[in-house]
Each structure stands twice: as structure tokens, then as C-alpha cells.
Design a binder for this molecule. Structure first.
Ligand SMILES: [Zn+2]
Ligand SMILES: [Zn+2]
Length: 155
């Protein structure tokens, strides 16, 4: 699963923005700053909306050669743009599949932030680009590893 966007309630948006402004001096667009910080597009909605949008392609791995898909972010983007329902595996097979979209609740599930360890290295690919969304919610920018964020409902 790959996180692709964040939706925040106005309250939490204001809170995140305030935190960001505290830690930096430059005057610039706060919304852009948040997107940069989270490495994801951010939008604000009025209801109970602290969610992260996560997408995945199924089937994965490839049903022909059983290799797991690589560069999921790029594949998902291409899948959305092409509208052919074809997924291309690392070995070049093209097979028909679908994209699933999930909404994950963030911020609410972090009950013991003190006890959670800081992760700085991806356990799957060893990359150092770990992106935090909350105290215990994180994902890797280089592969599709995440901290076991559980999809709570499907769109
Ligand atoms: Zn294949
Ligand atoms: Zn990784």
C-alpha cells in the first residue's frame, strides 16, 4: 500500500501549521510547507477527516512470474492516468488489475508515543527516507513499506 494524500480537519490543520511555523523562520505558504513536510498532497475538509489516502494495485505480486511490483508510486500514477486497467510487472508482463483506495485514520491511533521507537531506516529496503505521519505512523518513500497502518474502510 502506498500513501498518496492527506486530508485534515481544520483544527488539526491549524495545529500542524502552527507547529511548522514555530520551527522555521521563513515566511512562505504554510500549506505548501505542510505538503513538503509530509511529502504528500494535503487538503482540508470540515468534517471528522484526519485521514490518509492509501492506494494499492491488485493483484500484486504479478500472477504470471510472482515478482512483487516495484516503483509502486509511479505504477499507481500511470495506472490512474492510462485507464487501461493494465499493470506492468518488473519483468514486463502486462496483466489486468485494479486499484484499491483506502482511508486510514491518523493521529487517533497513537496511544503511547513515548514508548514507540524512532525508525530511521526502512526494514525492507534499508533506505533512509522514512516519512512520519504521526508518532507511530510512517512509511518508506523508496519502497512500499509502512508501519502496519491498517486500512479501516474502503472508498
Ligand atoms: Zn511478471
Ligand atoms: Zn523502503
Amino acid at each position: 500500500m502506498v500513501p498518496t494524500a492527506v486530508v485534515l480537519s481544520p483544527e488539526n490543520y491549524a495545529e500542524v501549521l502552527a507547529e511548522l511555523l514555530e520551527t522555521s523562520e521563513a515566511e512562505s505558504d504554510g500549506a505548501l510547507r505542510i505538503e513538503h513536510q509530509l511529502a504528500l498532497p494535503v487538503s482540508v475538509q470540515s468534517e471528522d477527516t484526519d485521514i490518509i489516502v492509501v492506494k494499492e494495485l491488485v493483484p500484486n505480486p504479478c500472477p504470471i512470474c510472482h515478482h512483487p511490483l516495484k516503483f509502486l508510486r509511479e505504477l499507481i500514477e500511470r495506472f490512474e492516468n492510462e485507464e487501461t486497467n493494465l499493470i506492468r510487472c518488473p519483468l514486463g508482463h502486462r496483466y489486468s488489475g485494479m486499484m484499491k483506495i483506502y482511508h486510514l485514520n491518523i493521529f487517533q491511533q497513537s496511544e503511547n508515543p513515548e514508548t514507540t521507537q524512532k525508525v530511521t531506516e526502512c526494514p525492507t529496503c534499508g533506505g533512509k527516507n522514512i516519512q512520519y505521519l504521526g508518532p507511530a505512523e510512517m512509511f518508506c518513500l523508496d519502497c512500499d513499506w509502512d508501519s502496519g497502518m491498517v486500512a479501516q474502510y474502503k472508498v
